[in-house]
Design a binder for this molecule. Structure first.
Ligand SMILES: NC(=O)c1ccc[n+]([C@@H]2O[C@H](COP(=O)([O-])OP(=O)(O)OC[C@H]3O[C@@H](n4cnc5c(N)ncnc54)[C@H](O)[C@@H]3O)[C@@H](O)[C@H]2O)c1
Ligand SMILES: CC(=O)N[C@@H]1[C@@H](OP(=O)(O)OP(=O)(O)OC[C@H]2O[C@@H](n3ccc(=O)[nH]c3=O)[C@H](O)[C@@H]2O)O[C@H](CO)[C@@H](O)[C@@H]1O
Length: 420
């Protein structure tokens, strides 16, 4: 049976591009979200999130009648669940959104349907989701009891797109397909092949869950290595960026870049899912998280030491000093401030500093509530002209374009090696 109707549950950074990709191949797609504002925006052919080229694809799909959004689940041939999977206070994965999404589609499931979990999830989450569905629908059979003969097929297929390049990577990336049975995997591959140019690589659901967590933990561990080197080099009086450039000339060395810490809601979150399930074994993965999470505090101490040097040289009082923080986003050239180490550092500086704290962030028009009232949103030129101490937190293109000559300040903390 081919797929005519597809429903995507959760219309955020992952669900909306996925829904739009299916709709652009002329499938009938109903996107479901509990957020009324998101649903209304999408039904007007507009988008509520920032992602290059997504607006055009959504507009065409809505105007062509292939994509519509709803707050109520509907019957479909296939469901993709892309709801949030944050962690709780103790770093345990919080599966309440997945549970609610599964329970919301259970009443409308029909025999022959395929249910795919895309949300980044701990190992075993897909089996748990199938269990929730089975409990809600005793009249249908699921893979855990009926195997290949099940009425409903269930798979885990993680999303790997890079924010900022979602519309390209969604189509081009290879996709890991973790069916609960081989039949589930075959059905899931058939579904993604509607728009996929990359390859579907088939495994089971537990391996697919672990694969997603592994990819992001690999990156986190490698960034932690670079961040640890930056602390060592600061003590040894060595330029860490030059060091990494040199070491990377070795044919088998490829060190990532240090920075103010690791942000976003993937790499700073997902490794904890492995740690939560494997506290004894996951020592390196836990340490990497701790190294990266501690970097903002180290940067704050660098700022304090630099301001102290400036006070000694200038003879000014602390409340007469202006500090400018360059960048708030969690990575360059985006406006996303979620889990941003730059935000955390700017907040800590504003809390500690008795003088003016300026924030330069070309990608936003107003300061987030946490900073409004404590900091001044300042233009690049004004900050360069008026600040005494510069703190570079994000390597936005606008900051990289500033030539060394335009930076007259001697007192600089540069977490990305752009000016120093
Ligand atoms: N954003 C990324 O770059 C990225 C990349 C790969 C994987 N992921 C994973 O994909 C999942 C979704 O992430 P996202 O960035 O799209 O999140 P998001 O917060 O942008 O979107 C999630 C959407 O789900 C909706 N939602 C919550 N509960 C719901 C329910 N019961 N029914 C219907 N809708 C519901 C929310 O209102 C929201 O609009 C997460 O597990 C995340 O870790 C994200
Ligand atoms: C394995 C992988 O690639 N996964 C990607 C990742 O997307 P992301 O946007 O979160 O990833 P990054 O671009 O790595 O940024 C994260 C943070 O690390 C900082 N950083 C980065 C490189 C470096 O050398 N030094 C650094 O300090 C950077 O500034 C930022 O704060 O997770 C998504 C969701 O699961 C995936 O879908 C997506 O494929």
């Amino acid at each position: 049976m081919s797929f005519t109707t597809i429903s995507v549950i959760g219309l955020g950074y992952i669900g909306l591009p996925t829904a739009a990709a299916f709709a652009s191949r002329q499938k009938q797609v109903v996107g479901v979200d509990i957020n009324q504002h998101a649903v209304a925006t999408i039904n007007r052919g507009e988008i509520h999130i920032v992602e290059p080229d997504l607006d055009k694809v959504v507009k065409t799909a809505v105007e062509g009648g292939f994509l519509k959004a709803s707050t109520t689940p509907v019957t479909a041939d296939a469901y993709l669940i892309a709801v949030p999977t944050p962690f709780k206070g103790d770093h345990e994965p919080d599966m309440v959104y997945v549970e609610a999404a599964a329970k919301s589609i259970a009443p409308v499931l029909k025999k022959g349907a395929l249910v795919i979990l895309e949300s980044t999830s701990p190992v075993g989450a897909t089996e748990q989701m199938a269990q929730w569905l089975a409990e809600a629908r005793p009249d249908l059979t699921f893979p855990q009891q009926a195997g290949e003969q099940a009425d409903i097929n269930v798979a885990y297929c993680p999303e790997r797109v890079l924010p900022g390049q979602v519309m390209v990577e969604l189509i081009k990336n290879d996709r890991v397909i973790g069916g609960m049975t081989p039949v589930c995997s075959a059905r899931a591959s058939e579904l993604y092949n509607i728009f996929l140019e990359g390859e579907c690589v088939v495994t089971n659901s537990r391996t697919a869950e672990m694969c997603k967590l592994t990819e992001n933990s690999f990156r986190d561990v490698n960034i932690a290595f670079a961040n640890e080197l930056s602390l060592i080099c600061a003590d040894q009086g060595i330029n860490v960026w030059e060091l990494i450039r040199l070491a990377n000339r070795h044919p088998r060395v490829n060190i990532l870049q240090p920075g103010p810490g690791v942000g976003g809601h993937c790499i700073a979150v997902d490794p904890w899912f492995i740690v939560a399930q494997n506290p004894q074994q996951a020592r390196l993965i836990r340490t990497a998280r701790e190294v990266n999470d501690s970097k903002p505090h180290w940067v704050l101490n660098q700022v304090k030491a630099t301001v102290a040097d400036y006070l000694t040289q200038s003879g000014k009082r602390a409340n007469e000093v202006t500090i400018a923080c360059f960048g708030l986003a969690f990575k360059p050239n985006i406006d996303d401030l979620r889990e941003s180490p730059a935000m955390e550092i700017a907040e800590m500086i504003a809390d500690w500093h008795s003088g003016e704290t300026q924030v330069v962030e070309p990608n936003i028009h107003e300061l987030p509530n946490k900073l409004a009232g404590h900091c001044t949103l300042t233009r690049v030129d004004d900050a360069l002209a008026t600040a005494d101490v510069l703190v570079l937190l994000v390597d936005h293109n606008e900051f990289k374009a500033i030539s060394g000559d335009a930076v007259r300040q001697e007192f600089i903390v540069d977490t990305k090696g752009v000016w120093r």
